[in-house]
Design a protein around this ligand. Structure first.
Ligand SMILES: C[S@@+](CC[C@H](N)C(=O)[O-])C[C@H]1O[C@@H](n2cnc3c(N)ncnc32)[C@H](O)[C@@H]1O
Length: 199
């Protein structure tokens, strides 16, 4: 087996590097099935596949999936697939080791979130993990960009109160978007890595 650097595909195909929270979660995860909700062009799906995961990536943007599919084809990758999917419409289940969504939930309708998280949790095997990173709206960093949804303080961790929360923070981060002065726009992001209890 060829050993490749972690950002091999991202660098080769000009994608943004693997999300830092996916990189950080990897050592905790048992290799198995992974579901990438809002996979975009697949920087995280490709990384996990490289580390032995059987990955399914869902996104509603056909151009992004086309790009990811062309990489899959060009590299002749196995155990990685995409599906065109509107997360505002989908219901799902399945036995995944890792279900994750990075920088996606803020684009969804607020009424989608409770059921989406319930499906993420129900689709995770015992001792498996969920990772969510999404924008928040707080008094100090309000939702200035008008995202349809933004977590309130403590809201995301509350969904996981019956799980083992491995990591949770509401740190300030930056969007790729810039304001009129060219500065990257700041938001707080809810970042959660949680493990499903084994009882
Ligand atoms: C900022 S990108 C993040 C992509 C990827 N998760 C990553 O970390 O690179 C947000 C993604 O959410 C997807 N998205 C937005 N609304 C969606 C929806 N209703 N259903 C599925 N995907 C959606 C977009 O197409 C886009 O690929």
């Amino acid at each position: 087996m060829t050993i490749r650097p972690d950002n091999f595909y991202a660098e080769k195909y000009g994608l943004t590097p693997t999300h830092s929270e996916v990189l950080a979660a990897l050592p905790k995860l048992e290799v198995g099935k992974a579901l990438d909700l809002g996979c975009g062009q697949g920087r995280n799906s490709l990384f996990l596949n490289q580390h032995g995961f059987d990955v399914t990536g869902w996104d509603s943007n056909p151009q992004s999936l086309e790009r990811l599919n062309s990489i899959i084809q060009q590299e002749n990758l196995q155990q990685i697939r995409t599906e065109l999917c509107d997360l505002n419409q989908v219901r799902f289940n399945g036995g995944y080791q890792f279900v994750f969504s990075t920088v996606v939930m803020m684009f969804l309708q607020p009424e989608t979130i409770p059921q989406l998280i319930a499906d993420m949790q129900a689709s995770t095997v015992k001792n498996g993990y969920n990772l969510i990173v999404a924008a928040m709206s707080t008094d100090d960093y309000p939702n200035s960009q008008g995202f349809p949804f933004a977590f309130k303080s403590g809201e995301l961790s509350d969904y996981y109160r019956n799980w083992h929360i491995v990591k949770y923070n509401e740190d300030v981060g930056e969007l790729h978007r810039r304001d009129e002065d060219g500065n990257r726009i700041k938001y707080r992001f809810a970042t959660l890595l949680a493990q499903k209890a084994s009882y």
